[in-house]
Design a protein around this ligand. Structure first.
Ligand code: PLP
Length: 394
């Protein structure tokens, strides 16, 4: 008998994690690799959050919690959504889970029937298509080009809808492009959602990482009607440098949230108790460190962006948020003798010793993704290695 179920046969491992693993392998061989692949802030979790976690353990709060999260954490999230996004929710409209990633996984499990379609704009975060497929759904890609700033239009969305379309995923600020949808663009997209009766999955995990005066607007803020069909997904991984704590959450329709909670009660029981206490402090405590980290990313972006854009054959749109750059390097790859950007990216790792993620994993095969969640010193060194590599082969 076959070992594996059909469900997982086409499953591809996350390209982001795969490159990081390969870079670590080279590092273990003593090669000085600079990793620009990772999707996590390079800062320590703020001290007040660590203290709150330790304090909770010392008080003995190390047992199971309710499946959907501690009531006190739900309240802290409800306050955050009110304070930052002007959105009002009740406890039964919020679920806390094991990172935004697993929240999204659970969400697709409860909203999709076999064959239901989910519209995913290109470029996309690697896990959306796989998660949709694992839930029996079908990812339907809508391509946004570099020329349209990697954002889909309402018209494109409308044209992609069929009678099987259940939901559309909006990720703003975007991983991997760093682009942000304006309020007006979101309003147009929301109109299509109403017209075609779609759910909106709004992944706002990079909300706090916005640069040069850009502000966040959640599509759920448009109206009560839009809020009712939107599931807002967020977490503390990127905002509070808490990737390893694994806390994310969703806010939206009570029926969907209840079903997600029931599923969690049989799959995860609850997100780690200590992490939940840490997250209460992350939201209820001082927010200065969030702004300090944002500023550090912003100043790196200002320094690195022009240098990267100046590399021959690199075309980069300046990101507005998140911590990634997505240069189109098709010309550089061609001029340096590679058949594809994937091959060019591999050579960057093995020859220039800089780990970047090939854009093919995000639906943009002409691009590579570089994360600037690393020190300025390393970033400058990495960019000069890439530049020398390109110039030497041109
Ligand atoms: N959504 C996007 C767009 C992301 O980039 C990530 C992390 O890389 C996540 C969700 C998942 O975040 P978490 O660490 O909370 O699972």
């Amino acid at each position: 008998k076959e070992l594996l179920a059909n469900r997982v046969k086409s499953l591809t491992p996350s390209s982001t994690l795969a490159i990081t693993a390969k870079a670590n392998e080279l590092k273990a061989q003593g090669i000085n690799v600079i990793g620009l692949g990772a999707g996590e802030p390079d800062f320590n979790t703020p001290q007040n959050i660590l203290d709150a976690a330790i304090d909770s353990m010392n008080k003995g709060f190390t047992k199971y919690t309710p499946s959907g999260g501690l009531p006190a954490l739900k309240d802290a999230i409800i306050d955050k959504l009110k304070r930052d996004n002007n959105l009002s929710y009740n406890r039964n409209e919020v679920i806390v889970g094991i990172g935004a990633k697993h929240i999204l996984y659970t969400l697709f499990q409860v909203i999709l029937n076999e064959g239901d379609e989910v519209i995913i704009p290109i470029p996309y975060w690697v896990s959306y298509p796989e998660q949709v497929k694992l839930a029996g759904g079908v990812p339907v890609y809508v391509e946004s080009t570099k020329e349209q700033n990697y954002k889909i239009t309402a018209e494109q969305l409308r044209n992609a809808v069929t009678d099987k379309t259940k939901a559309v995923v909006i990720n703003s600020p975007s991983n991997p492009s760093g682009m942000v949808y304006s309020k007006e663009e979101l309003e147009e997209i929301a109109k299509v959602a109403v017209e075609k009766d779609l759910l909106i999955v709004s992944d706002e995990i990079y909300e706090k990482l916005l640069y040069n005066g850009i502000t966040h607007f959640s599509i759920a803020e448009i109206s009560e009607e839009i809020k009712a069909r939107t599931i807002v997904v967020n977490g503390v991984a990127k905002s509070h440098s808490m990737t390893g704590w694994r806390i994310g959450y969703a806010a939206g329709d009570a029926t969907i949230i209840k079903s997600m909670t029931d599923l969690a009660s049989h799959s995860t029981s609850n997100p780690t108790t200590t992490s939940q206490y840490a997250t209460i402090e992350a939201y209820n405590g001082p927010q200065d460190s969030v702004e300090e980290m944002r500023k550090a990313f912003e100043s790196r972006l200002e320094i690195i962006y022009p240098k990267l854009n100046a590399i021959p054959g690199f075309q980069v749109i300046k990101p507005q948020g998140a911590f990634y750059l997505l240069p189109d390097v098709s010309e550089a790859a061609e001029k340096t003798g590679y058949n594809s950007v994937d091959e060019f990216a591999t050579a960057l790792l093995t020859e220039a010793n800089v780990a970047v993620i090939p854009g093919s994993g995000f639906g943009v095969p002409n691009a590579i993704r570089l994360s600037y969640a690393t020190s300025l010193e390393l970033l400058e060194e990495a960019v000069s290695r890439i530049e020398n590599f390109v110039k030497s082969k041109w």
